[in-house]
Design a protein. Structure first.
Lengths: 395, 185, 102, 308
């Protein structure tokens, strides 16, 4: 039976996230407001005040505490949620490392925003990039419906016994956080059913009064090394499981997102553009237009950023004539975009071909159709063995 | 009907963001795909705010700002002074304007129609405060015909309730009925 | 010569959890001592003050007197200092080395 | 042979459980933070959950791989997150209907420097958590650096004495008073020379935590960092109380009370001379410390309704 709710509402990305949290029935929610995430925190507070969200809502005094409260609640055995953005994310950095190292299956929203400068209340993925090696699973989404659906799927992934890792769901500030779209809000019973398999999992370790067990030292000597190995192995296992969860979700709700990546018109494509976040939607429209002009171009939407979908990407990108990567962030030290840097690392799987890095959309600057069309033109030129520029800053 | 793009210009506190969203809700009630979002820095009363609404019979995929609007809604007449307000306006574009003054001179050859109403006065009368947004949405429905007044009123229900809902419905109805339309060929 | 790789895990949990139900970690802190407390039974009235102040809590009541577990006594001397009857003397460990040999 | 008493000291009447700690723990000889931990263990009981962070108590509270130093359940976390982690555990337990005593045990470095925001936040939210700060007036675990608890004139490795320095030049933070001003159900000071007083306060803490946040500030000299003879740490505690440098008091739902009034307070110098970190102080610097101590005590007296 496929569940299709009749409950379609025009809501923002932040509100869609709040509905997802509501439907996942967390025990503890802790969060601190920050633009452009505040609406999500306020919405959850309202759900709680209205008696819809039956949880402990902890209005903490800062993001560092938000992460600590959530991590500890998970270690005590509960389901928790927190959300932040930009400086808030880096303010919880010490605990981000702890949460993943303790293997706490927490789900968190990060509304992407530029970190430096207090006036930089602007969209940009640099905050997520700053935490790429924090040991978290990092997902990036494209639209409001996907925000809601991905949070639900993320609990399935995080709390799976074979994974036990925190998941960070990223969406663009402003362009998604404040974007109002029609969102199909699933029925509670259907979400309950979707999350039910978690109940059949072996019990994970939790903090029990009087049990005499404890955690937090992360191992000493070879113990430390062992827990690192296990962490890395779980991260690798999450790839395949994410694809499966996506397929299960599609079966249950008729909406699927392709798992780790979604490839759009890539099969016969000569050239491919890789993007993530809200820019993907715009890019789809441009790809269609370019195809009408006869350019065989495809699009890869990166959903998983950590772990990096090495295998899936290699399959799609192998044999292409040129690829371009759109980054809404920068990679210091490599003079390119961070995703571009990682795509370059795929060369040993996909071979050598022209690769172009486009940095666009920093600080709320709009990634327009014209920009994307220009990118595709550049990639196309490069595929024709014409000279090309490796890094381009737009606008 | 092909996709439509509407750009809203207002000042913080006048309800431009909400107007854009309410219009999206109204269109969603007619089965259309919608997308609406604002663009502003710090949230401050009086600061210029821009908001965007798109609707289409096909899914709206673009997540960009609107550069080639079909319609401009100007919630505060002082914002008419913005240098590039009409830049990119599509041919036969529409302007919905809150102004106490008559609007005569055609400011752009692409502007085909202007709907002008003293929405501030209507709002002060119906709501008791200077929140002209719902009146202007009523006016938009009348001038463009892109969306039905009853859908607009239904959309309000997503955001308002009780007495405020009633007052805003009257605000929108008056906008719908009282807007003065100027057309150019 | 290839690198030796070890893929066998030593611990049963995915994350680091310690279990107090296993044998507790324990240091032979008695080895740290340079002088040891010796109770003078002539002076001791078994008030128990030494027992309450002993940081490693290695003084216990046995019958009507107190015994010091020298396996863990670090020789800090708090018991001697706090004893209201001066019934505990800190004696250099060197005085006992011959005993150890026996 | 002396006549034997049949009675143990009164503090033992407050013990409700065995000491859950391993007999051989990695604390320095004469460290009364170790005594503090064992006392907390006995009075709070085995079911108490301990929270710790890097600091002198860390090697004792936190296990190594699959083995532990004690039989309590515990949670170790980053220094910024002790009170907030305790919040997370307490809130989840509340939601799940689980009863547990949650005890944070950290030094002054965590409590009143790097972790003060989270303590203040948890106190303001009135979380059901007991926070015990063992105050050794500095970062002892990392090699005796100054903290905001280090008093005026003390020599530490980051406030060394030199030709142009007398040691720390500013006063310490009055942390227990800061916590009292949060209007939480219970705040008390305690030290290990006055075990019965401390035991009563721990027992009360266990009750009061049902109403909300409880803060205990425990004066806890460090023999190494303060240059105190290993046998003298209890004597230093006693001298601190008797000079009103560290008065023992409590505030229960807004009622302030000095629990161990000192009839004839001794000059602060009686305590200072036991402590090497003050050795270099001259009379005028000692009088600065004396005045500061007197001023704090007069504020406390005023809060207790005792006229000057």
């Amino acid at each position: 039976m496929t569940a299709r709710s009749k409950n379609i509402k025009v809501i923002t990305g932040n509100t869609a996230a709040a509905y997802a949290v509501l439907l996942c029935r967390p025990d503890v929610v802790s969060a601190y407001p920050i633009t452009p995430q505040s609406e999500l925190v306020e919405q959850l507070a309202k759900f709680h005040a209205d008696g819809l969200l039956d949880c402990e809502y902890v209005a903490v005094e800062g993001e560092n505490s938000a992460q600590n409260v959530a991590c500890a609640a998970v270690m005590a055995g509960g389901r928790a949620f927190t959300a932040t953005s930009s400086y808030g994310l880096v303010y919880m950095y010490d605990t981000l490392l702890q949460t993943s190292g303790y293997r706490a299956p927490l789900v968190m929203v990060n509304v992407n925003r530029e970190p430096p400068g207090i006036h930089a209340v602007y969209s940009g993925q640099q905050d997520m990039i700053c935490t790429r090696d924090s040991g978290w699973i990092q997902v990036v989404v494209e639209n409001c419906q996907e925000i809601l659906d991905t949070i639900i799927m993320s609990y399935r992934l995080a709390e799976d016994y074979d994974i036990q890792l925190p998941v960070m769901v990223n969406y663009d500030g402003y362009y998604l956080s404040f974007l109002a779209e029609s969102v199909d809000i699933p029925e509670q019973k259907d979400v309950d059913r979707f999350l039910a398999p978690l109940k059949d999992q072996p019990p994970r370790m939790k903090l029990v009064a009087g049990a005499g067990t404890g955690c937090g030292s992360h191992g000493i000597g070879m113990g430390f090394v062992e827990y690192r190995k296990k962490h890395m192995a779980a991260m690798e296992r999450s790839k395949e499981l994410w694809d499966k969860i996506d397929a299960d979700f599609k079966k249950a709700f008729r909406r699927g997102y392709g798992g780790q990546i979604e490839s759009y018109k890539c099969d016969d494509a000569d050239i491919v553009l890789i993007a993530s976040g809200s820019a993907v939607g715009t890019a789809r429209a441009v790809i269609d237009a370019k195809r009408e002009q006869g350019i065989k171009v495809g699009l890869v939407k990166l959903r998983f950023f950590r772990p990096f979908p090495v295998e899936k990407l290699s399959m799609v990108l192998k044999g292409k004539k040129a690829i371009g990567v759109l980054d809404r962030s920068i990679c210091f030290g490599w003079n390119c975009g961070p995703v571009f840097q990682e795509i370059c690392a795929l060369s040993r799987h996909i071979g050598i071909m022209p690769m172009l890095s486009f940095i666009d959309g920093l600080a709320n600057m709009d990634i327009t159709k014209e920009h994307i069309a220009g990118m595709i033109d550049e990639i196309y030129k490069a595929s024709q063995n014409k000279p090309y520029q490796e890094l381009t800053w737009l606008p | 009907m092909p996709a439509k793009e509407i750009r809203f210009h207002g000042r913080g506190g006048q309800g431009a963001v909400l107007a854009a969203r309410m219009l999206a809700s109204a269109c969603a009630y007619e089965g259309k795909h919608v997308a609406s979002f604002p663009m502003y820095g710090f949230e401050r009363r009086g600061m210029p705010v821009v908001a965007f609404t798109r609707f289409d019979t096909e899914p709206v995929r673009e997540k960009t700002q609107i550069y080639t609007p079909d319609c401009l809604m100007v919630i505060d007449p002082t914002l008419l002074e913005i240098g590039n307000l009409y830049e990119g306006l599509k041919t036969d574009g529409v302007l919905i304007l809150n102004s106490p003054k008559p609007f005569k001179k055609r400011p752009s050859k692409n502007l085909g129609k202007a709907g002008v109403i003293n929405a501030t006065q209507v709002a002060l009368c119906e709501i008791g405060r200077d929140i002209p947004n719902t009146c202007l949405i009523g006016a938009l429905a009348a001038v463009t015909g892109w969306v039905k007044l009853e859908s607009i009123i239904k959309g309000f229900g997503d955001y308002l309730e009780g007495d405020m809902l009633e007052r805003n419905i009257r605000n929108a109805q008056r906008g719908y009925n009282e807007v003065e339309v100027i057309s150019w060929d | 010569m290839g690198l030796k790789t070890e893929n066998k895990y030593l611990f049963k949990y995915e994350a680091c959890w310690s279990d107090g139900n296993n044998a507790l970690l324990c240091l032979n802190t008695g080895d740290w001592r340079t002088s040891r407390p010796v109770i003078n039974d002539e002076l001791c009235n078994s008030c128990g003050i030494c027992m309450t102040f002993c940081p490693p809590q290695c003084i216990t009541k046995k019958d009507n007197s107190f015994v010091i577990n020298l396996g863990f006594c670090k020789g800090c001397g708090i018991c001697a200092k706090e004893c209201p009857r001066k019934a505990i003397n800190m004696t250099p460990e060197g005085d006992y080395t011959d005993d150890c040999k026996i | 042979m002396a006549v034997k008493l049949n009675k143990l000291p009164k503090v033992t009447e407050y013990y409700c459980d065995e000491d859950q700690f391993s007999p051989g723990n990695a604390c320095c000889p004469g460290c009364i933070m170790e005594l503090n931990l064992r006392l907390v263990s006995k009075i709070m009981g085995k079911d108490a959950i301990l929270l710790g962070t890097p600091g002198c108590s860390a090697p004792t509270i936190h296990g190594q791989n699959d083995r532990a130093w004690h039989k309590h359940s515990y949670y170790a976390c980053v220094m910024t997150g002790v009170a907030s982690s305790a919040t997370g555990i307490a809130r989840y337990y509340k939601k799940a209907g689980i009863d547990a005593t949650i005890v944070c045990h950290t030094g002054d470095g965590c409590a009143q420097d790097i972790g003060i925001q989270t303590i203040s936040g948890a106190a303001e939210r009135n979380e059901n958590v007991i926070y015990i700060c063992y105050d050794n007036e500095g970062y002892m675990n990392t090699g005796v650096q100054r903290s905001s608890a280090t008093p005026y004139g003390a020599a530490t490795s980051t406030t060394p004495v030199g030709s142009k320095s007398i040691g720390k030049t500013t006063n310490s933070k009055n942390m227990p008073m800061i916590m009292a001003m949060h209007d939480i159900p219970y705040v008390a000071t305690a030290t290990l020379s006055h075990l019965e007083d401390y035991a009563k306060k721990l027992t009360k803490a266990k009750e009061m935590v049902k109403q909300g946040f409880v803060y205990l500030h425990v004066f806890c000299p460090c023999t190494v960092g303060w240059k105190v003879r290993p046998d003298s740490s209890i004597a230093v505690c006693r001298a601190a109380v008797q000079s009103n440098y560290f008065p023992l008091w409590e505030v229960e739902n807004g009622e302030y009370r000095i629990t161990q009034p000192v009839a004839k307070p001794k000059p602060i110098n009686e305590m200072l001379k036991l402590i090497g970190k003050f050795n270099h102080l001259k009379d005028e610097e000692i009088s600065v410390l004396q005045q500061q101590s007197d001023k704090r005590f007069s504020i406390l007296k005023a809060l207790c309704g005792i006229s000057a």
